[in-house]
Design a protein around this ligand. Structure first.
Ligand SMILES: [Zn+2]
Length: 132
């Protein structure tokens, strides 16, 4: 049974005509990433539903704290919650990112489902020590 990602890649393959060139796909992916970052900024600077209070992350030595303590100490620097409008804009760009990522995967005959599994396995090997 195909996974949701497999079905999504088949869907992309069926409907993608205009942006078949890998150059179109990569630049569309960059464009979607740019718009995602822009929409996050606009949520703070134009809408105001969130604020971004960035400051240096505390990096105590590993010996001082457990990994769980360190995880709790690290901040997103986001205060507030996205309003429905901003949330919709972020979802739209994340969807575009997934679409063009799937298109690039199709171009190189790669499976997003396999990529997801491999990445999860690689990250699980290192666990919290991957420091992502
Ligand atoms: Zn908003």
């Amino acid at each position: 049974m195909p996974s949701e990602l497999d079905s999504f890649q088949t869907f992309i393959d069926d409907i993608l005509i205009r942006n078949k060139s890998v150059l179109d796909q990569t630049t569309k992916l960059q464009d979607a990433c740019t718009h995602l970052c822009r929409n996050i900024s606009k949520a703070a600077t134009t809408c105001g539903c969130i604020s971004i209070n960035a400051h240096k992350q505390p990096y105590p030595t590993i010996e001082e704290l457990s990994m769980d303590d360190l995880k709790a100490l690290m901040k997103t620097h986001i205060d507030g919650k996205l309003c429905p409008n901003c949330e919709e804009l972020l979802e739209k760009e994340m969807g575009r990112i997934l679409f063009y990522l799937g298109a690039i995967a199709n171009t190189f005959d790669l499976s997003l489902s396999d990529i997801l599994t491999h990445e999860k396995n690689r990250t699980e090997l290192l666990g919290k020590f991957s420091l992502r």
